[in-house]
Write a protein that binds this ligand. Sequence first.
Ligand code: NAD
Ligand code: UGA
Length: 460
Amino acid sequence: MKFKKKILCIGAGYVGGPTMAMIAYKCPDYRITVVDTNPDRIDSWNSAELPVYEPGLDQIVKKIRGKNLFFRKDVEDQIKENDIIFVSVNTPTKTYGAGADMAADLQFVEKTARQILKYSRSSKIVIEKSTLPVKTALAMERILASGKGKITFEVLSNPEFMAEGTAMSDLENPDRVLIGSRETPSGLKARSELIDIYARWVSSEKIITSNIWSSELSKLVANAFLAQRVSSINSISALCEKTDADISEVAKAVGMDSRVGSKFLKASIGFGGSCFKKDILNLVYLCRYYGLKEVAFYWENVIKINEYQQERFIANILNNMFGTLAGKKICILGFAFKADTGDTRESPAIYIAQKLLAEHAELTISDPKALKNAAVDLAGIKGNIKYIDDPYKAAAGCHALLILTDWDLYKRLDFEKIYRSMVKPAFLFDGRNILDHKKCFKIGFNVYPIGKPALSHFKQ
Ligand code: NAD
Ligand code: UGA
């Protein structure tokens, strides 16, 4: 079959895989190829068990894989073959040298630009899909312009706003698609080529364009604003616990103001995931770099409140369980950083598990999708840990139950059965406020939600 466009994505991760699957699904006359330097990842994309769990992803990939969606290892040949290249490689926080623990590590992006330059035999549009510090496109352009031939490259910024767990519906019905370009004739031409792709399924008013720097910066700012809401509500949850106010009631009352809005106001053990912390650190680093100390300080506190919320959760467990966890069995329900994903990157559960082990607690950990990753995250950490699929078996014989991920299935568990199997007094710490706390209290649990009065059977 002759395809109308040939598109390549470099980086077959949580973003590259799902976004390209959606483009291929919506544009059957385009050929989409995804490459990665990690051969195991490509093998998994070509296998029955995909490397990323996302509701709806399996069905789409299995329908179109081998038709117009391909996962391949031959990065160099694919660069030659394709006209439009998305760069969706990882941009973790730097762990070394200048800006360590704060700046984005751009080595993978730079390597990709150099590879594109080296193997290209025709002009191409190169699209930043990864989340990058503002002005990265300038470095990309400079590298791509350093070749000797007549080939030209147009760099666009098209940040991805999908969230894990809802990636496929976010990609199918995005709030907006943002495309940043140079405002030159060739920049505008490349921009309109990319608009044509999204216009296949996204309405035109949702496809917005901007200058390239605004586009790069908007992505960091969008994540910072979302994380800021979580830290804002979590900071108030601490005050609720001191004053008998209820954080869910406060969030409802505040969120019903249409200027504030009701989303992203769920108090929790704090935000996790691979991006919020890294992208805010990146923003803080940029502000410091440009001498904006006060702005840097403002955003840094979003992360500090997030850490404080996790510390508070641990302190609450320790204080309420009579000041010692040594030898006590604690069941963790949920290890993923949020529901509907197996991803555990920066999951608050990692920190909480480590702290509990440091108190010499014994852990049983259950999660419907994230147990493999949990075992990797906690590998090498001293202590007694069991990974158990069945939440009932995981809870049996435990002193306390912690809800760390908002999986729907936990709301439907038989808590009478769980209570009967636990050591008494049985403690329940709901780090996601997803359970019916009054019901659990009536069953016999001592219940400790986030930002709500505790329900305890102990005499004060
Ligand atoms: P990831 O680590 O899952 O995937 C990145 C992939 O790129 C890896 O498989 C890696 O092997 C590959 N890679 C690195 N260098 C390469 C090279 N030179 N050639 C070929 N492959 C290479 O990361 P991710 O979660 O998909 O995130 C990618 C980017 O998208 C990041 O900048 C992230 O901030 C951003 N982002 C992520 C999400 C999310 O939900 N995970 C959402 C929006 C944006
Ligand atoms: C987030 C953004 O929502 C996406 O728009 C963005 O594209 C993505 O980061 C990225 O750049 O990687 P994601 O991290 O997948 O997506 O998931 P979120 O739904 O944003 O949740 C992040 C964390 O905040 C989770 O740990 C979640 O449990 C927590 N959270 C979220 C709360 O504690 N309370 C809330 O009200 C909302």
